[in-house]
Write a protein that binds this ligand. Structure first.
Ligand code: G
Ligand code: G
Ligand code: MN
Ligand code: NA
Length: 254
């Protein structure tokens, strides 16, 4: 079975969907944003998680059209929520390095914002640490342009790569997302606990936002808040859910 071919077919036949995971201010319990997470929903079958096909989509380059679909769909959905009386809600969308490196990526993003009626400052793009390291002059120019457009940029899975303080200062990033592998062992593994504390302190000193990923327990919530991290996402609040379920949740937990 040629997975690349199946993915191409899936895109043509509209088999991708987005699920949305709330990003929550732990103090107030208010959801301020959604992270859009791609799922593949073959007809009559359960959704397939992105982890199972994203590597293939990256290798084959199909992540470029699939990622464009995801960005447009996420902005369309956000517009629906804004119009439904939640104009303060934001949206975070994951970006692969291949997308960022495509020609005219900034123009594409601008076009999607125009077309969907979304203001740039309601959109956050999640980049990986590897983007900060690859073809850095080109990526620096692209990220700078996106930032000048008003788009927020966050570094996903932070702590798993090799980005130095120098990189963080050089690139126009607005927030760090603490990788869930470190959050998982808060209070259990002293190294991970130290790392989480260090990332929070580093974000504060560089005047960056910080959000913890993979938060599953009240103990983690309490630790993070006590150490100055106020934003989180994770199963403690909710897994990623379809758009309709997100609105139910949003009404309930905001
Ligand atoms: O939701 P899940 O654990 O399956 O996500 C696996 C990985 O796929 C995550 O690292 C996430 O960043 C990535 N991912 C999810 N949705 C998208 C998307 O729309 N575009 C890109 N480029 N990556 C995504
Ligand atoms: O790399 P990125 O952060 O974009 O990937 C997010 C992935 O993490 C999604 O696939 C999502 O389903 C998963 N995820 C979100 N919250 C939790 C959590 O609390 N625990 C675990 N184990 N996975 C989570
Ligand atoms: Mn992410
Ligand atoms: Na992540």
């Amino acid at each position: 079975l040629d997975v690349g071919k199946r993915l191409r077919q899936a895109l043509a036949q509209d088999e991708f969907i987005l699920h949305y995971q709330p990003q929550v201010d732990m103090e107030s319990g208010i959801t301020f944003s959604a992270e859009a997470l791609l799922r593949w929903q073959p007809p009559g079958k359960p959704p397939i998680s992105c982890g199972d096909f994203i590597a293939n989509a990256e290798e084959s380059g199909l992540i470029v059209p699939i990622g464009e679909w995801a960005l447009r769909q996420a902005c369309r959905q956000l517009k629906i929520w804004h119009d439904a009386g939640h104009p303060e809600l934001k949206m975070a969308v994951n970006l692969s390095p291949r997308q960022l490196e495509q020609a005219d990526f900034c123009a594409l993003v601008g076009q999607i914002l125009d077309e969907t009626g979304i203001h740039a400052n309601a959109l956050e793009l999640e980049i990986t640490e590897s983007i900060l390291l690859r073809r850095s002059e080109y990526n620096l120019a692209t990220l700078t342009r996106l930032s000048e457009m008003g788009i927020q940029l966050s570094v996903d899975d932070f702590g798993t790569g090799y980005s130095s303080l120098a990189y963080l200062q050089r690139f126009p990033v607005h927030a760090l997302k603490i990788d869930q592998s470190f959050v998982r062992d808060i209070g259990k593994d002293p190294n991970d606990t130290a790392l989480v504390t260090a990332i929070i302190a580093m974000a504060a000193s560089l005047q960056l936002g910080v959000i913890a990923e993979g938060v599953e327990t009240l103990q983690q919530v309490q630790f993070l808040m006590a150490h100055g991290c106020h934003d989180a996402q994770g199963f403690y609040y909710s897994k990623a859910v379809p758009a309709e379920a997100f609105m139910d949740l949003y009404g309930a937990i905001r």
